[in-house]
Design a protein around this ligand. Structure first.
Ligand code: FES
Length: 362
């Protein structure tokens, strides 16, 4: 289980007009718990009135940088209470509730590797991609990296200064290609627009030295971009799935008014007794299979369940099925192996047997 700790926002720096870079100081006694891998994320928690709001933000730094702060980037979203507060109100020295790093958006590096890593990021999707590319370059002196990074305009390019400095520091091992969708910054049309399968195919043509099939890819952006690019890499370029890592930066196709899927409509309409194991304690409640998700019912009953995105993206609400069966609506976070081992995202789960037991402590 992931508990929240109060951390000091040691650095709060406006990065672009609509984003802020926050560095949390990790005190000595929490260094072990907050040890992280490149590409992981933190959950932050705010209680505004009677609302308990949680959000996930990717870590920007790389472990090899040896920073004692954990840095995140928060893009302001219209109507987003947490992102508005963090962009407009948070001051250096303020305390924020933060839980330990989580997530699987990374690969393992080794100093003897001679690989090529390709980062494909849109807007604030840069954070976990940059963390991974930095770690690769620090840990693997013989590896190279490319970053294809799309933004609306030059002024919207998040971490531009840091990225340009990294490119200079790694002396040709890191190549940066900025794409702009609403501003012309080059005579060359290749550098206009967004990242798409078509654009990537053109970029591969321009950089023929890239070993497309052997490279490892880190993709972070909106769901259409991820689907388009990962499909192209897998199907057209025959890149093995294990070399394509992606992270959604919002719940894909998230729409509270979205129609029930046909699969959800088809589950039996039953009353179930759901038991949750949380920190060695057991909690039980009745739930109709067609009503709330298991997580929503648990939150309604004020049970101490972990959650953040509620959209099947962040994996914070993961639990293992110990008894019975559930239907999981969406899954953008668990691996096939985890699903086979009975792990589920409780924010997406509905019971399909009369008795269900889930364990959050695994
Ligand atoms: S709360 Fe994020 S996947 Fe369930």
């Amino acid at each position: 289980m992931h508990h929240f700790h109060l951390l000091k926002a040691a650095r709060v720096k406006k990065e672009t007009n609509d984003s802020v870079n926050i560095g949390f100081e990790i005190p000595q006694n929490l260094r072990h718990e907050f040890a992280f891998k490149q590409g992981q994320y933190l959950n932050v928690r705010f209680v505004f009135g009677d609302e308990d709001l949680r959000r996930s933000y990717s870590i920007v730094n790389a472990p090899s940088e040896g920073n004692t702060e954990l840095e995140i980037l928060v893009k302001h979203l219209d109507g987003g209470k947490v992102s508005t507060f963090l962009n407009n109100e948070l001051k250096e020295g303020d305390q924020v509730e933060v839980s330990a790093p989580m997530g699987h958006f990374y690969t393992h590096y080794h100093p003897s590797n001679e690989k090529t890593y390709i980062g494909l990021a849109a807007g604030s999707g840069i954070s976990p991609v940059l963390s991974n590319l930095k770690e690769a370059l620090y840990q693997e002196p013989k590896s190279n990296a490319y970053l294809f990074f799309s933004n609306k305009s030059i002024n919207d390019i998040i971490f531009k200064k840091e990225i340009d400095e990294l490119a200079a520091k790694f002396g040709g091992r890191l190549k940066i290609i900025y794409l702009l969708s609403r501003e012309k910054h080059s005579e060359d049309e290749l550098f206009e627009g967004r990242i798409s399968a078509e654009k990537l195919s053109q970029l591969f043509g321009r950089f023929p030295e890239i070993p497309v099939q052997e490279s490892t890819y880190f993709i972070c952006g909106p769901s259409e971009m991820i689907k388009d690019i990962s499909g192209y890499l897998k199907n057209d370029k025959k890149v093995p799935s294990l070399q394509i890592m992606y992270e959604y930066y919002a719940a894909p196709d998230d729409d509270e008014n979205a129609e029930m899927s046909d699969e959800f409509k088809a589950i039996p309409n039953i009353e179930s007794m759901v038991t949750l194991i949380i920190d060695d304690d057991e909690y039980s409640f009745h739930l109709n299979s067609k009503k709330k998700s298991i997580l929503d019912q648990a939150l309604h009953d004020k049970l101490p369940v972990p959650f953040a995105c509620k959209g099947g993206v962040c994996c914070t609400c993961k639990a293992q099925v110990m008894e019975g069966e559930v239907f999981m609506e969406k899954n953008f976070a668990l691996t096939e192996d985890e699903v086979e081992r009975g792990f589920v995202l409780t924010c997406q789960c509905h019971p399909t047997t009369n008795v269900v037991m889930l364990n959050y402590d695994v």
